[in-house]
Design a protein around this ligand. Structure first.
Ligand SMILES: [Zn+2]
Length: 387
């Protein structure tokens, strides 16, 4: 498979996953990110990239590997019903065709997993990362858990997966859904559950049974930015992933930890996302033949989502861009302005929006948290071999 540097999946029908214009979650911002990615790829002259725009609806048999049949039936009926309703207690509306739209996004993750396996190159699924969906219920704008489903399939074929989640919200559907899985190492960085939905993800939650010690929760205090996230990421992720020796790496790349996101109170910038992308891709190259899947996730400020996701996708596809004054393509900017009715960002640099000041936690926060995690797990963390 010479010269292929990776793959991405975007089917225009992902836009049918649509909770309505007044809802904060929208695949329209994911489409704007894909358009930006494609504009850059075109200007770089990179034809050797796998892409699919034709994703089927996942089968019931596939969906039942994680979700309960009664829940599938509930979603299917809700999608046929006239009039409004909710799939959960009030965050996740039903809509016509919600079963098919959700099942298509689930199949997108399946494509990303199979393609990274076939190419030995990273793949990107910006519409996915719906990490709150539980086996028997929708939650937090997530209907079917595309990544949990794909990880169940991968683990059934004998693979070990390291799943890393940097969304502002705890990936509860993935973590509790696979809490006893010895095939999935799950490391989740999120705004402290005492201050944000879904209110879970504490250091004491370490997995059970064969999964005991493989679920690692890293809460970040509100206001935490790059200077809080990056030292913890550097300290925890490489040694844990190396000692687990995965066959595949998955990064849930939620962009709602970005400064200025309207639903969370973290203050990450592109500096964090760029470094995390690089570390994960390097670990994939070192440990598992570059079998790495980057997925989307949350993100509610279009200006952040488009840049964070486009840069993640480009990194996965082997296109490295300087953060500096590299201007964004003019044609893409006009498209953004037509879609969103607001000025498009002009460069990759995304300074903290006004009013989103990062508040660093106390200087000993990181050490305290690592000690707490070590106490919970009953053993010291493996040290990075670079230490
Ligand atoms: Zn989120």
């Amino acid at each position: 498979m010479p010269n292929v540097s990776g793959g991405y999946v975007w089917d225009e029908r992902f836009l049918q996953y649509d909770f309505g214009r007044s809802h904060p979650f929208t695949q329209r911002s994911r489409r704007s990110a894909v358009r930006l990615l494609e504009a850059v790829l075109a200007s770089e002259g990179r034809p050797s990239i796998e892409h699919t725009a034709e994703v089927p609806v996942a089968t019931d048999e596939y969906l039942e590997s994680f979700h309960q049949p009664e829940y599938l039936e509930f979603v299917r009926r809700a999608g046929r019903r006239d009039g409004p309703g909710y799939l959960d207690r009030g965050d996740t509306p039903s809509f016509p065709g919600c079963f098919e739209a959700s099942a298509r996004i689930a199949a997108g993750a399946s494509w990303a997993f199979e393609t990274t396996h076939r190419l030995n190159r990273p793949t990107f699924h910006p519409a996915g990362g719906l990490h709150h969906a539980h086996p028997a219920r929708a939650s937090g704008f997530c209907v079917f858990n595309d990544l949990a489903l794909a990880m169940v399939a991968a683990s059934r074929s004998g693979q070990k997966i390291a799943y890393i989640d940097i969304d502002a919200h705890h990936g509860d559907g993935v973590m509790y859904g696979l809490y006893d899985s010895g095939s999935v190492l799950d490391i989740d960085f999120h705004q402290d559950g005492r201050t944000l939905f879904p209110g879970t993800g504490f250091p004491s939650e370490i997995g059970e049974g064969e999964g005991s010690g493989l679920k690692v929760n890293v809460p970040i205090p509100p206001g935490g930015g790059d200077e809080t996230l990056l030292p913890l990421f550097r300290r925890l992720v490489p040694p844990l992933v190396r000692s687990f020796r995965p066959d595949l790496l998955v990064l849930q790349h939620g962009a709602d930890g970005h400064a200025g996101d309207p639903l969370a109170r973290l203050a990450y910038t592109s500096k964090s996302y760029d470094e995390i992308d690089r570390v994960v891709l390097d670990l994939g190259k070192e440990l598992c033949q570059s079998r790495v899947v980057f997925a989307g996730g949350g993100g509610y400020r279009p200006e952040s989502v488009v840049r964070v996701f486009a840069r993640a996708g480009l990194a996965a596809l082997g296109v490295e861009l300087p953060l500096g004054e590299h201007p964004l393509p003019g044609g893409w900017r006009r498209e953004f302005e037509a879609e969103w009715g607001r000025p498009a960002p002009s460069t990759w640099i995304d300074p903290e929006p006004a009013g989103a000041l990062s508040r660093p936690p106390p200087s000993d926060y990181s050490d305290e948290l690592v000690r707490e995690l070590e106490r919970s797990l009953g053993q010291p963390f493996p040290r990075d071999r670079d230490d």
